[in-house]
Design a protein around this ligand. Structure first.
Ligand code: UFG
Length: 333
């Protein structure tokens, strides 16, 4: 019996693969390697290069590896890109997911865990944590493409013997504590990665996008969650579904926020580098604050092990240093 992880060569997917393997599971990874890297996939997993919308391939993998559970990470994740190229997002996040779900239903898959996003909430406003049951109002094609897949799953689960877990991720950061994986995308725009790269001299400076938000220090507030804790949350949901539990939709965050200025101060403290920071205009589409109401996932038995901003930053920093060594070796070849 195996777990199929789509997008298992990506940032979050590769940490999921580590979590499953460390728990003794058999794992099959399906990844088209468009944004993923095969070297991030632990060698204990079986790796297959391919697309989740390749129905024949997926059907074969389900049958050959006795797949009962699918964890679906594969997709496109860049919010501004989704505004310029919405059809790419509806193809990769909505249409491909539909085809994958169809193959799963046909193959008798019992559990389907889906990577969703806090982007389904849109501009919820206020500084209070947002619970799963607020009205959903995504403002980007990215958020809408994910929400359409959430709805599809709910409809399919009502009609077929498939149970789902929808996990809405907040701001994922950090790296595997053993540095077996981390965020490897070269042009990543995420705050902690950008700040760590600036501390390491890979960027000359960085900018704070907006200082006039209605937050305590005027910069945006986010709920940063360590990627290994996020992977562990999927493990909790998988165990719940395997035990016969009902389908669930869950926020994945810690339920507390840090501002952009908080994060930059932490990166300076952890790295010991006082790197240059400019204070710029707002970035289009950024909500002032988005913090997870996280009671539901905690009530299911999820106990985070890395809920410390300094630990998240230190892991991101250590990983970035590892990447620099790796890139130097690649360049010298
Ligand atoms: N920021 C800066 N400077 C930078 C980079 C980011 O000030 O160089 C700020 C952003 O403006 C934002 C905060 O840091 O206020 C966090 O930005 P990120 O780009 O790290 O993350 P986002 O909150 O924009 O995006 C995350 C996920 C998306 C998801 C979204 C939902 O990465 O996948 O939350 O709100 F859709």
């Amino acid at each position: 019996m195996s777990v199929l992880v789509t997008g298992g060569a990506g940032y979050i997917g590769s940490h999921m693969v580590l979590n499953l393997l460390d728990a003794g599971e058999e794992v099959v990874v399906l990844d088209a390697l468009i944004t993923g890297f095969q070297w991030l996939v632990d060698s204990r997993a079986r790796f297959v290069a391919g697309n989740v919308a390749d129905t024949e391939l997926v059907a074969r993998l389900i049958a050959e590896h006795d797949v009962r559970s699918v964890i679906h990470f594969a997709g496109s994740v860049v919010v501004p890109e989704s505004v310029g190229n919405p059809l790419k997002y509806y193809a990769n996040n909505t249409a491909a997911t539909r085809t994958l779900i169809e193959a799963c239903v046909a193959g008798g898959v019992e559990h389907f865990i889906f990577s969703s996003t806090a982007a389904v909430y849109g501009l919820v406003g206020g500084l209070e944590p947002v619970g799963e049951d607020v009205p959903l109002a995504p403002i980007s094609p990215y958020g809408r493409s994910k929400l359409m897949s959430e709805w599809m799953l709910a409809d399919v689960a009502a009609a077929h013997p498939l149970k789902f877990g929808v996990l809405r991720y907040f701001n994922v950061a950090g790296a595997d504590p053993q540095l077996r994986s981390g965020q490897a995308t070269a042009e990543a725009t995420h705050l902690i990665k950008v700040a760590v790269q600036t501390a390491l001299g890979l960027r000359p400076s960085m900018s704070v996008f907006g200082t006039d938000y209605p937050t305590p220090d005027g910069t945006c507030v986010r709920d940063y969650i360590h990627v290994s804790d996020l992977a562990a949350a999927h493990g909790v949901v998988l165990a719940h579904l395997r035990a016969g539990g009902e389908s669930v939709t869950l926020n994945c965050g810690y339920g507390r926020g840090f501002s952009v200025d908080d994060v930059i101060a932490e990166v300076k403290a952890v790295t010991g580098v006082d790197f240059p920071v400019t204070r710029g205009d707002r970035r289009a589409g950024d909500p002032a604050s988005i913090v997870a109401g996280a009671e539901r996932i905690r009530a299911m038995g999820w106990v985070p092990a890395h809920d410390h901003l300094d630990e998240i930053v230190a892991a991101a920093h250590a990983w970035e240093q590892k990447l620099m060594v790796r890139n130097d070796i690649d360049r010298s070849r």
